[in-house]
Design a protein around this ligand. Structure first.
Ligand code: FAD
Length: 819
């Protein structure tokens, strides 16, 4: 649009005219935003978009992404009716299983697709051959078919979205390169382009594989790496009158196909992936003129894919190749999109689409535009939120290792309890070496090494009788039950040093925290309060404990992975509510944290401290500094496992000594070191919620069964009005379900049915060793939550009966905790 003069001011500037930027622009216009500019350094679609294969599949491994892709399909269909259609072809798609495990995965997906009303059907080998006659059915066990999937022309789609955006008032400038982005007081205020400066409030980085480079203009790390991705297009060979073929995915052979004119397009995910312009030592350095360009074909790396393709679709071995595409695409370390507001106010990102950006674009544009307009996400987008990335991703090496592992595992089946092998050992507890020497098996969370459980290879007679059936059993370990019972019957010592720990201080810190927490968190020095921080819709943004440690100082503890998210929320609320003097400090790496829980916890701790630990002197939910071996330790009487005990916070330097003292003192009382897997089982029995598990920004405390943590006596706090309204119109409730056979453990997302009617889906699940049952939690319609109600849970196509139970499943009077 060269005739236009670049404005000197705009409210929102979108950087990047690929499918992502065009969709964000389209949806902003739909939401009524009129002062929006979209800039591209070259032409629209000249990044990754122009060379995309254009397959659009809706069903994904998680509910949110599936909903977003369903929106994409709806939108692409609608665009066909406009004067700028996107060339949407609803040809359907087939996914085939060449292994038993894949067939199980397909059955599981068919199950939870019902919870979306998606019409995904199991099909047999005969139907697969009918739908895709070119296929060699050897080794195929079965598959599934989705009639509403399709393919789209990526460039036409981008132009269709851009036209829609223009009609809504968005101004688009191509050949306009952003050179700098400026912020004042950590708030976006302008950008500099090669055509001039533009004052603005919001910048949306839709830079695709260039997003990390754009982020660096402001010192913001966006862990996206350009990876080479390849496909080929055959010569035309299909007869003129043949019906259009559905897309075909054969993940066991790492390949996908779709019809391209009268030939086939075939691509895949190689096991020997290749990053482009990024190394262990340096960030990406994409050439300044890399637009509308491709990489050189890399046949060697494609060979295995080509062999697999010719085996599955034999004509691939006979027909000539018309075109071979090697194009770079931005990948994130976990194959999920990178969306949302960064640490700089008004600086958003929507990039890193990991080779499903065409399928996702409609949904991405919608949720990001809503996020910008509302100032907060309008649905649970945690696992796509840029704030999920720990500071470890500032390292190119760490990022590249994880991106590589996940790229190569793109089509793999992922089993519960699986751990990543790359990029390990980044953050460790001060007790790490003790754990290693004592047979710890580690897991990773947000770049922290944490003990899953301890297992001495020399130990014999481990009880295998509770190993869950199917997938949940694969990474299960019998040591977890032993640790569970130690905490219930004697005592368990847990290293929770990875917890995120945040200090909030300043004269008005009490007032501030009470204005953003649903509970009253100001009840005196030494009191610890469990609370949620809510968004304006009453949804739970953060779930944490707050301890007042001085008149003007509070200590907040939250989950390992939520540091950036929860600290970001506190900072944002400070700004929005005008508490400019408040200081927010991250103490996560300064302090270790140990949990000592179980009936003998008091006896063990009493051996080490003079402080009176009796119920009268040290009440539940209170916190004191005590001395262990002359070391100052903050002890908070709290529990996440439902037992008597304390969390102990100690400086890193002193942590090993305190841990050793506890282990020695605990020997006579049956103290056992325990890991995170045991915590999971213990907390599920007690019904303790986990953010990003049972609760998130889409659920409110009333439906989540957390009304005890809401103080309506406070006249005002963020989300209060919406919460009151939600409480009056409660339609669903988080409900505890049990399955009689402890080995029948759901994985999450399974449909829950009554009389064949879907009423919900499993949110979280696990084993309760003390109650000897499998446990599941789900949001169910209030009318289906009567205690004793029987429901069906469809697991891998098989129906299991579960019963609605009263919560908590264990120790309803809390006698153990207060003993
Ligand atoms: C080979 C291949 C096959 C694929 N197949 C599929 C598929 O079948 N289905 C599917 O869903 N997805 C597929 N994808 C993925 C999909 O193509 C991408 O996810 C999507 O196109 C990315 O869009 P984007 O808008 O994020 O990035 P891009 O299209 O790369 O757009 C980014 C834009 O930012 C601009 N820009 C960068 N820096 C600046 C600056 N400083 N100033 C101004 N502008 C700037 C660039 O010029 C570029 O136009 C495939 C990708 C590849 C590589």
């Amino acid at each position: 649009m060269s005739a236009q003069v670049l404005p000197q001011r705009a409210k929102i500037v979108i950087i990047g005219g690929g499918v992502g930027g065009a969709s964000v622009a389209y949806h902003l216009a739909q939401l009524g935003e009129r002062d929006v500019l979209l800039l591209d350094r070259s032409d629209l679609t000249s990044g990754s978009t122009f060379h995309s294969a254009g397959l659009v599949g809706q069903l994904r491994a998680d509910p949110t992404l599936t909903k977003m892709n369903m929106h994409s399909v709806d939108l692409y269909r609608k665009l066909e009716m406009t004067e700028t259609p996107a060339s949407w072809r609803e040809c359907g798609s087939i996914k085939i299983a060449s292994t038993v495990e894949r067939m199980e995965e397909i059955r599981r997906q068919i199950g939870w697709s019902k919870t979306f009303g998606l019409d995904l059907n199991e099909i047999g080998v005969k139907e697969i051959a009918e739908l895709f006659p070119l296929i060699n059915t050897e080794g195929i066990i079965g598959g599934c078919y989705m009639a509403t999937d399709g393919q789209v022309d990526p460039s036409q789609l981008t132009h269709a979205l851009a036209s829609g955006a223009r009609r809504g008032g968005v101004k688009i400038f191509t050949n306009t390169r952003v050179l700098q982005i400026s912020a004042k007081n950590n708030q976006i205020n302008s950008i500099l382009t090669d055509k001039g400066e533009i004052e603005c409030e919001i910048v949306v980085n839709c830079g695709g594989m260039f997003a990390a480079e754009i982020g660096r203009m402001l010192g913001v790390r966006i862990p996206i790496i350009p990876m080479s991705h390849q496909y080929l297009i055959t010569e035309n060979f299909l007869p003129d009158n043949s019906p259009m073929l559905p897309s075909l995915r054969d993940p066991d052979n790492l390949i996908y196909f779709r019809q391209e004119v009268k030939g086939l397009l075939m691509g895949g995910y190689e096991r020997n992936s290749k990053a482009w312009q990024t190394s262990h030592d340096s960030f990406d350095a994409i050439p300044a003129d890399f637009n509308a360009k491709l990489l050189n074909p890399d046949w060697d790396r494609f060979e295995d894919i080509a062999i697999n393709a010719a085996n599955r679709v034999p004509i691939m071995g006979e027909i000539g190749v018309k075109n071979f595409i090697n194009g770079p695409e931005g990948f994130t370390p976990d194959n999920e999109f990178c969306l949302g507001e960064t640490s700089v106010v008004g600086f958003y990102v929507a990039a890193g689409f990991c080779a499903h950006g065409i399928a996702g674009a409609g949904g991405i544009g919608k949720v990001v535009a809503e996020w910008i307009v509302a100032g907060e996400p309008t649905m649970d987008l945690w696992h796509m939120d840029i704030k999920r990335f720990a500071s470890a991703y500032e390292s190119p090496k760490f990022t590249l290792e994880r991106v590589t592992e996940n790229y190569e595992a793109y089509y793999d089946i992922h089993y519960p309890g699986e751990e990543r092998e790359s990029a390990r050992g980044e953050n460790t507890s001060p007790i790490y070496n003790w754990h290693k020497a004592n047979h710890a098996v580690f897991g990773e969370k947000a770049a922290w090494e944490r003990v899953n459980y301890y297992h001495d290879q020399a130990a014999s007679n481990l009880d295998e009788s509770n190993r869950p059936n199917g997938w949940v059993g694969k990474n299960w370990h019998p040591a977890v039950a032993l640790e569970h019972f130690a905490a219930r019957n004697t005592a368990g010592l847990f290293d929770e040093s990875s917890f995120a720990k945040i200090e909030v201080s300043g004269l008005k810190s009490a007032q501030f925290l009470n204005s953003i927490c649903a509970n009253n968190v100001v009840r005196g020095i030494g009191r610890t309060i469990y609370t949620q921080a809510l968004n304006s819709r009453g949804g739970i943004e953060s779930d944490y404990t707050v301890t007042q440690v001085a008149d003007d100082k509070f200590f907040i503890v939250t989950g390992t992975a939520f540091l950036n998210h929860d600290m970001g929320w506190l900072e944002k609320m400070c700004r929005q509510l005008g508490y400019n003097e408040i200081k927010i400090r991250d103490l996560s790496k300064d302090l270790a944290c140990f949990g000592i829980w179980g009936p003998n916890a008091r006896k063990i701790l009493s051996k080490l401290t003079d402080t009176d630990l009796s119920n009268e002197a040290f009440t539940f939910m209170s916190s004191k500094i005590l001395k262990i071996a002359d070391i100052d330790v903050r002890a908070t009487r709290i529990t996440y496992v439902g037992e008597l005990g304390w969390e102990l916070y100690i400086s890193r330097a002193d942590a090993l000594q305190v841990w050793s003292e506890l282990i020695a003192a605990g020997e006579e009382f049956g103290l056992r070191p325990c890991g995170y897997r045991a915590i999971e089982s213990l907390r599920l029995e007690k019904g303790y919620r986990a953010w990003a598990g049972e609760i998130n920004s889409e659920t409110n405390p009333y439906e989540a069964g957390l009304s005890f943590a809401v103080s309506l006596k406070k006249e005002n706090f963020v989300g209060r009005a919406a919460l009151l309204n939600a409480n009056e119109n409660l339609t669903r409730k988080l409900t505890a379900l049990t399955l009689e056979n402890i080995k029948d453990v759901p994985m999450g997302n399974e449909p829950i049915l009554i009389n064949n009617r879907v009423i919900g889906r499993v949110k979280s699940a696990g084993q309760g060793y003390t109650i000897n049952k499998a446990i599941a939690y789900a949001y169910l319609p209030v009318e289906n939550t009567k205690i004793g109600t029987k429901v069906d849970i469809e697991m891998f196509g098989i129906i299991k009966t579960a019963t609605v139970q009263e919560e908590p499943l264990l120790d309803p009077q809390g006698l153990r905790i207060k003993s």
